[in-house]
Design a protein around this ligand. Structure first.
Ligand SMILES: *Cc1c(COP(=O)(O)O)cnc(C)c1O
Length: 379
């Protein structure tokens, strides 16, 4: 690579733009205007659908993913629901059973009420997606890999092939790996989704979502654009500015957190208080071979532990930690620990003995020591 074709680390560190030639500022400006005078060079009218505040972060994200168009939304859920609302009654979706629980719950209710067919499949099983697809009816296949909270791996290329065979789009939730660790378009995906609230922003201080596409001319993408413009679930200027500020350190944070997650996974894999460590970077993980092929330079910052002490120990572990903070969400610089079955409630499919860890950028030894003492205390 030459200096004129820099690496993504370099592009993100520079916010993918040279300093303002006028004032020389080395960080991008914050533009809060809601309306724009007619006849100006950029031809903007009103900020709901034409805000210059969100465009730098959209352009950078599209570039990092290798897509051609990106849209930021007011939250991850606003982005995901905009994608699904682009479908029409009678259409059909194939989605993954193991996925972000908030979206799984919303999908079930929405599709039932609006006459959209919906099948949940075990997308980690080869052939499961192809078997659930309905020719002439399936418009969207939605997968998440590694998938919350067991970090099951989906073969993106195989999912794309199954979707494309019937003219459906493949959308991949890339929140956990980020483009640092997986670039779904390289494996055939059509749409990439992010809860930008998580690793992209990385500082637990912005709620945001994004959709990126490799097929901006597709009718469904045009409907998604319309949904954002008219539904109005846009990201505010300050949040967009904070997101760009967070993304400038994405590669450093993601590499560091991923390396620490692997060290934690290896350390606790041999611990008798832990029945299983779920992490795609471990050779005994069922998706490891696929993960090694489609994840570059690391396996991400998320792992789960299944405790020998069962549900009771798992429910108590977060409260026994001191460095890991007992909180939901993921992808921040501070490590978090959560008992997912407790958070999701009685109809949760998550095993009761599972705790989910979001690894931050603290010193690895401090995180290991914290879990060691907490496991001793919960027995
Ligand atoms: C958090 C999350 C979402 C939902 O995004 P919000 O920004 O909370 O609306 C979707 N998918 C995954 C994997 C998530 O972690």
């Amino acid at each position: 690579m030459s200096a004129s074709d820099p690496h993504p680390e370099t592009r993100t560190a520079h916010a993918a733009a040279p300093p303002d030639p006028g004032d020389g500022a080395v960080v991008p400006p914050l533009q809060p205007a809601t309306t724009f005078v007619q006849g100006a060079q950029d031809g903007r009218s009103y900020a709901r659908d034409q805000s210059p505040a969100v465009e730098p972060a959209e352009k950078l994200l599209a570039e990092l993913e290798g897509g051609s168009d990106a849209l930021l939304f007011a939250s991850g859920m606003a982005a995901a629901t905009a994608m699904v609302q682009a479908l029409r009654p009678g259409d059909h979706i194939v989605a993954q059973h193991v996925m972000y629980w908030g979206l799984r719950r919303w999908l079930s209710g929405f599709c039932a009420e609006w006459g959209i067919g919906l099948d949940f499949v075990d997308a980690g099983e080869s052939g499961a997606i192809a078997a659930a697809i309905q020719p002439g009816r399936t418009r969207l296949v939605w997968v998440e890999t590694p998938a919350n909270p067991t970090w099951e791996i989906v073969d993106i290329a195989a999912a794309a092939e199954a979707a494309h065979a019937v003219g459906a789009l493949l959308a991949v939730d890339n929140t956990v790996p980020t483009p640092v660790h997986t670039r779904p378009f390289e494996h055939g995906a059509d749409v990439v989704f992010h809860s930008a609230t998580k690793m992209l922003n990385g500082h637990s201080d912005v709620v945001a979502g994004a959709l990126v596409t490799a097929r901006p001319e597709h009718a469904l993408w045009r409907r998604v654009r319309g949904t954002r413009a008219h539904g109005g679930a846009i990201l505010g200027p300050f949040e967009a500015w904070l997101l760009m500020r967070g993304m400038r350190t994405l590669y450093l944070r993601a590499d560091r957190a991923s390396a620490t997650a692997l060290a934690l996974a290896r350390h606790f894999a041999a611990d008798s208080r832990v029945n299983a460590v779920l992490y795609p970077g471990l050779e005994n993980h069922p998706g490891h071979t696929t993960a090694a092929r489609q994840m570059a330079r690391g396996f991400g910052a998320m792992l789960s532990l299944r405790l020998a002490g069962g549900r009771e120990a798992a429910a108590r572990l977060p409260g026994a930690c001191g460095v890991f903070l007992p909180a939901t969400s993921l992808g921040g610089v501070e490590s978090l620990i959560e008992h997912r079955a407790g958070t999701e409630g009685p109809d949760s499919p998550v095993p009761g003995d599972l705790v989910r860890l979001s690894v931050g950028i603290e010193h690895t030894d401090d995180l290991i020591a914290d879990l060691e003492q907490a496991l001793d205390r919960v027995g």
